[in-house]
Design a protein around this ligand. Structure first.
Ligand SMILES: [Zn+2]
Ligand SMILES: [Zn+2]
Length: 413
């Protein structure tokens, strides 16, 4: 909570400072800028006659032929002279100056350039800058043992990402990667304050969404690019921590530089972890029921989960997972290398749990595996899911989570 609030405060202060360095914005500046672009378009037309003569076309002759049928086209061909358009006298300029009014096509093009083309280029550039900044610094955080254990391992206390954790960083790392990266992108892309508001808000929404632990089918942010909750979640796993560094918009740096997770489908691995989480919920519910009804003998004879024996479906959706995926081991080759590197990173981070994290995880996987073997009738959804206890448990172990033990270590620090 403290670190998330600190990052918000830092971002607000930096945002305020950046805002003070921006020029004042005036009402009607947009219209002025559209006219500025119209003027540039007019000036650019001066090159048309020489360009045409370069490929052997006499622009004057052509313009003469077209003048009566297509006066505007003729005007453009001779270098932006439109004798049919009225000339305005601008009295706001000293001395009063004659200004030719713009053709409709010039104003329309200027409008499209100013309101659509330039902003698209600015947002694309800003996204490219943020993605590049984040990728290389993030990867460096995982390459240098000092940087990882001192700064970045704090964010990786989240083996089960959840929305608040998106901005859960060491204050220095939060400033360097998130705040400074986005601020530089804003400045270099020359965005207006309004554009900046959209960009910063959009980036924040994206990173919160990518840490929320859910890939909901109706969430547009999850479908916009390949970089989504599923993608970043792999990076938060002990076996994928040395992969999927790209954040927050696109995955191209991972693809270009070969750091994308190649271990294939990880859904079965999550499924096992989810069952372990479910087991913990069921256990708590059965214990609660025991206390409420004062029937201690029940708890000793009833295995966890048996509360729901009667209304279990004949077989759960686990049956639909191919056998090969039920025990997902990273295949040989690059994926094995990635998994080994990730494992080493966890082991190196002794302050963050080190070997204990791997032990807790292995214990959970074993428990889940045992559960899978014992019964394919494991209930997919528990009726406890709407109870407060169920909710609390799901929050602490996450959507497909690691055990409470892993997160528990952090509260003990
Ligand atoms: Zn990381
Ligand atoms: Zn993260």
């Amino acid at each position: 909570m403290r670190d998330v609030v600190i990052q918000q405060v830092v971002q607000t202060i930096v945002g305020y400072i950046i805002g003070m360095t921006e020029p004042d914005e005036y009402l009607g500046k947009g219209e002025h800028d559209v006219l500025l672009w119209a003027q540039r378009i007019r000036l650019a037309q001066r090159t048309v006659p020489s360009l045409l003569s370069f490929i052997g076309i006499n622009s004057k002759g052509l313009a003469n032929n077209l003048f009566h049928s297509h006066p505007t086209l003729a005007g453009a061909l001779i270098g932006g002279h439109y004798p049919t358009l009225s000339n305005l006298i601008s009295t706001s300029i000293d001395p009063p100056t004659s200004i030719s009014s713009f053709a409709a096509w010039e104003l329309l093009t200027a409008h499209i350039v100013f309101h659509y083309l330039i902003p698209t280029l600015q947002f694309s550039l800003a996204i490219l800058i943020v993605d590049t900044w984040q990728y290389f610094l993030h990867r460096l955080m995982h390459t240098s043992r000092y940087l990882y254990t001192t700064f970045h391992s704090r964010h990786h206390r989240l083996y089960v990402p959840y929305a608040y954790g998106a901005l859960y960083n060491h204050p220095f790392e939060g400033f360097l990667l998130d705040t400074l990266g986005a601020g530089l992108a804003f400045k270099i892309a020359g965005m207006s304050t309004r554009q900046g508001m959209c960009f910063f808000t959009g980036s924040t929404l994206k990173t919160v969404d990518d840490h929320c632990g859910y890939a909901l089918p109706f969430d547009p942010l999850q479908r916009l690019t390949g970089n989504n909750a599923g993608y970043h979640d792999v990076h938060h796993q002990s076996w994928g921590i040395k992969t999927n560094f790209s954040q927050p918009f696109f995955t191209f740096w991972d693809r270009v530089l070969g750091t994308k997770w190649v271990g294939g489908d990880v859904s079965a691995r999550y499924e096992k972890a989810r069952i372990a989480a479910q087991k913990a919920v069921d256990l708590e519910i059965s214990q609660k029921a025991t206390i409420t009804h004062s029937q201690p003998s029940d708890s000793s004879t009833t295995p966890p989960g048996a509360l729901y024996e009667n209304d279990l479906p004949p077989s759960s959706h686990l049956a639909s997972i191919p056998a090969a995926h039920k025990h997902p081991q990273p295949p040989a080759g690059k994926a094995a290398f990635q998994a080994a590197g990730s494992r080493q990173q966890i082991l190196d981070d002794k302050a963050g749990g080190g070997v204990q994290v791997l032990m807790a995880e292995a214990k959970e996987e074993r428990a889940a595996e045992g559960l899978l073997k014992r019964s394919t009738r494991m209930r997919a959804k528990s009726s406890s899911k709407d109870t407060l206890a169920g909710l609390r448990e799901r929050v602490s172990v996450g959507a497909h989570g690691r055990g409470v033990g892993v997160l528990g270590m952090e509260s003990g620090r």
